[in-house]
Design a protein around this ligand. Structure first.
Ligand code: PGA
Length: 303
């Protein structure tokens, strides 16, 4: 099969836009020039890559297959380019890290320490939930991921570097505030504000509640820890959040933690990446810094 990178690059844009006109505009080419390249590509593949149904174009089955391979080819090419530039000079490389929503409370400090050490490096930081992190690991999209327990069904390297205690929070005037050794069954009668279903915090909370056979009513679901704390402070319900997200809220007295049986839930933060992945020098430098900074940060976040 004789295919050029240029044809694949054009194909990727057409497949993404599903429009020859938009692809031509994006690539600063004429539409006939784009069509010619796609036609040549179809001749090499021996199958049509797009089909027109009504006014819309769609990828054919062969087009979908080619898109999968061609994205991998460009990703690998990017990785090679990154690796070569980083091999020349770590301090000017680009680090691509993705962290769980909850980990953003400390990950930004780690990135800031990293950039102090390597001021000319570039860090692309993505903050997302556990579900997306797993997909990013599957697609090998990031250098390193920071998450709660890495999924067991994947062949990953997961290295724990810091504890992540999950606690129950309430508004300061809640009747349970200040009570000692509250039985977990008491929570059955409390409304809860929870994270979205793909959140690791939510999954850990549901595991514990399931194990204790309680199912408190969910009043509000929010995909953001800051908004959850606001909702709790406003009296919308209790919530389970990482202790590491509470540094300022506890100091300001916006929320309090409750002394509930089986809490804090003991979780850990992990650095994760696909087994067999060749960490770039900049990723290795970041990994070393995470382990170096973790003890100090853990103390700070728990104070
Ligand atoms: P989050 O946290 O997905 O709830 O933000 C990550 C985890 O605890 O696994």
């Amino acid at each position: 099969m004789h295919v050029t990178f240029r044809q694949l690059a054009i194909f990727n844009v057409v497949a993404e836009k599903l429009s020859f006109t938009e692809a031509a505009n994006t690539l600063h080419l004429t539409q006939p020039a784009v069509s010619v390249q796609i036609k040549r590509l179809e001749d090499s593949v021996g199958l049509p890559l797009f089909e027109q149904l009504g006014k819309k174009i769609f990828l054919t089955a062969a087009g979908k297959e080619l898109l999968h391979y061609s994205r991998n080819i460009f990703r690998e090419l990017d990785e090679a380019g990154d690796m070569f530039s980083q091999m020349q000079d770590i301090s000017r490389g680009t680090l691509s890290v993705s962290v769980a929503t909850t980990a953003s409370s400390f990950a930004t400090r780690m990135v800031s320490a990293f950039l102090k050490r390597y001021p000319e490096a570039t860090v692309k930081l993505d903050v997302t939930n556990r579900g997306t992190l797993i997909r990013q690991l599957e697609n090998n999209e990031k250098d390193i991921v920071i998450m709660g327990k890495p999924p067991e069904h994947m062949d990953l390297v997961g290295e724990a570097f810091m504890k992540n205690p999950l606690v129950v929070i309430a508004p300061p005037d809640h009747p349970l505030a200040g009570k000692k050794q509250i039985s977990i069954s008491t929570l059955q009668y409390e409304p809860f504000v929870v994270r979205e279903p793909a959140s690791g915090t939510r999954a850990a909370m549901e595991r514990l509640f399931g194990w204790c056979r309680i199912s408190p009513a969910i009043h509000v679901e929010i995909a953001d820890n800051e908004a959850i704390k606001e909702a709790v402070a406003a009296g919308l319900g209790l919530s389970v959040v990482s202790r590491h997200t509470l540094e300022l809220d506890l100091q300001a007295g916006r929320v309090v933690t409750l002394d509930v049986e089986h809490f804090p839930i003991a979780r850990n933060w992990y650095l994760a990446y696909r087994r067999g992945k060749r960490l770039s020098p900049i990723a290795l430098a970041f990994k070393a810094l995470v382990f170096e900074q973790a003890p100090r940060l853990a103390k700070l976040l728990s104070s």
